[in-house]
Design a protein around this ligand. Structure first.
Ligand SMILES: [Mg+2]
Length: 493
């Protein structure tokens, strides 16, 4: 594919690789889960079905990603541990200890005060500073609940999911000798102490040396030490943040769901609907540009979303987008069952000026045009009876005029490319705009305007669009205010 002059924007992308020998743990936790559980009327303090759903999701993660070897979850959070290169686990003690700390901090009992008619605040005040024994006693005296006996272990201990190897007998040889094959099996356990030697000895997925090492490390471990490994990369202040998300394995996803080639208008409309939802949910997103299975979201320069923490911003946008895609699938494909889950990856990049943001967007739009022209030619050649490899070699080294010639020849339509829907050639731009409605009242018809999110297919490479919508990438920010907000206090004169 040809390069464009806008490609320089790629140099703003920095790699934040987690170096070996670190083991990677990804902890996910639900955003605003209190509200979510209230809306869906989850049982308090624990909803068994909701936990089962979380556990099923964790299973799916372990099955989908071979490198995730262990997970631990309770309530609305889950931690996933990745294998460290080829070795199964190393330095595991420290990471397990963080999980152990989480188990200890299980605030299960905090909610139970509600059952005797106390307000949430009163219940909190009663429990403040109370020890484990006090809480157990309170449970027994007020509710006749024996914490260990009466509360299911899934609530008390959370859920671990791990992979073990099992041997299956595939068939028997003529002499009656069994032919075995090892298979990785996902195993779910609830254990009182997953940071213990006994637990890992029983699970048989660590070598003896590893178990010894594990316990040695664990004895030295303090919660503060474990926490010190967590790092938050904050995005530079007063820069435009662009979150670009991209569909994973979407070639396969589009094949399975029989998307039209080279462009499926409904699939693109669904992507656009998800982008509109993102703008409505995350008010700091001022502009979005989408093409194929990718979308870029521009956050305003003085955004303080999640204190500009990169992983929180990216993961929230990505998971919100993916969930919306799944939830609204039926609206766009009423006749098609979703056979595979769509998921996206994402990254956040900072750009220092609105001019460079415009160049970034131009880069994506040039890419859209180049890919679309190539794909339109490619699929027309294939539909005309050529094999995929012949179509590829026909197009090798061709420039825009030659591709246009091929298109005109194959379709018999002059300037065929220009007749394609603008959504295919220009991608989709999503932004807040004013909508004016004429309303009849006593003084006659008057225009009433409100802000809505609109989807357009515009040329964003040329300056005209930006001149017509100067408010989108407005550079004027109160830098003193934004720095104070970032510091969380106002100590400037
Ligand atoms: Mg992709």
């Amino acid at each position: 594919m040809a390069n464009s002059k806008y490609e320089y924007v790629k140099s703003f992308e920095v790699d934040d690789e987690i170096m070996l020998p670190n083991t990677i743990i990804v902890r996910v936790h639900a955003r605003d889960f209190c509200r979510f559980s209230e809306v869906h009327e989850f049982e308090k303090p624990n909803d068994k079905k909701a936990l089962e759903l979380m556990n099923e999701c964790a299973n799916a993660v372990l099955e989908q990603f071979p490198d995730v070897i262990f997970s631990y979850g309770y309530s609305d959070e889950y931690s996933f541990i990745f294998k460290k290169e080829t070795k199964f686990y190393q330095r595991r003690g420290r990471q397990m200890a963080s999980v152990y700390v989480v188990v200890l901090s299980l605030n299960y009992i905090q909610c139970s005060g509600l059952a005797i008619g106390k307000s949430k605040e009163e219940a909190q005040a009663t429990l403040r500073g109370s020890l484990k024994q006090d809480k157990n006693e309170l449970l027994y005296q007020c509710f006749n609940i024996n914490y260990k006996k009466d509360i299911p272990e899934v609530f008390r201990q959370g859920t671990c999911t791990l992979k073990t190897e099992v041997e299956d007998i595939v068939k028997y040889k003529d002499d009656g000798f069994p032919v075995k094959r090892t298979r990785r099996k996902v195993l779910r356990v609830h254990s009182e102490n997953i940071a213990s030697k006994r637990f890992w000895k029983e699970k048989l997925c660590l070598s003896k040396e590893e178990v010894d090492q594990f316990c040695e490390d664990l004895n030295k471990t303090r919660p503060e030490y474990v926490k010190s490994f967590q790092y938050e990369s904050r995005l530079m202040l007063s820069t435009w943040i662009v979150v670009r998300i991209d569909g994973c394995h979407f070639h396969r996803f589009s094949d399975i769901h029989e998307f039209e080639k080279p462009n499926d208008a409904q699939a693109l409309n669904l992507m656009n609907a998800c982008a509109v939802a993102v703008l409505e949910e995350f008010r700091d997103v001022v502009f979005a540009y989408g093409v194929s299975d990718e979308y870029s979201f521009v956050l305003k320069k003085d955004s303080q979303l999640y204190q500009r923490c990169a992983s929180e911003i990216v993961s929230s946008v990505v998971s919100f987008f993916s969930s919306t895609y799944t939830m609204r699938w039926n609206e766009f494909f009423p006749q098609k069952e979703m056979k595979r889950l769509p998921y996206f990856d994402g990254r956040a990049v900072c750009y220092p000026s609105s001019e460079i943001v415009k160049d970034y967007l131009a880069w994506r739009q040039v890419d859209c045009h180049i890919n679309n022209q190539y794909n339109t030619c490619f699929w027309l050649l294939v539909k005309s009876g050529k094999s995929k490899s012949d179509a590829q070699s026909d197009l090798k080294g061709t420039q825009t005029p030659e591709k246009n010639e091929i298109l005109d020849r194959l379709t018999g339509i002059l300037n065929y490319y220009d007749t394609l829907p603008p959504m295919f050639c220009l991608g989709s731009s999503v932004f807040w705009d004013k909508e004016t409605k004429m309303v009849d009242n006593e003084e006659g018809a008057t225009g009433k305007s409100r802000k809505i999110v609109v989807v357009g297919h515009c040329n964003i490479i040329e300056t005209g669009f930006w001149e017509a919508h100067p408010q989108i990438l407005d550079e004027k920010v109160d830098r003193f205010k934004s720095v104070q907000n970032a510091n969380g206090k106002n100590d400037l004169p």
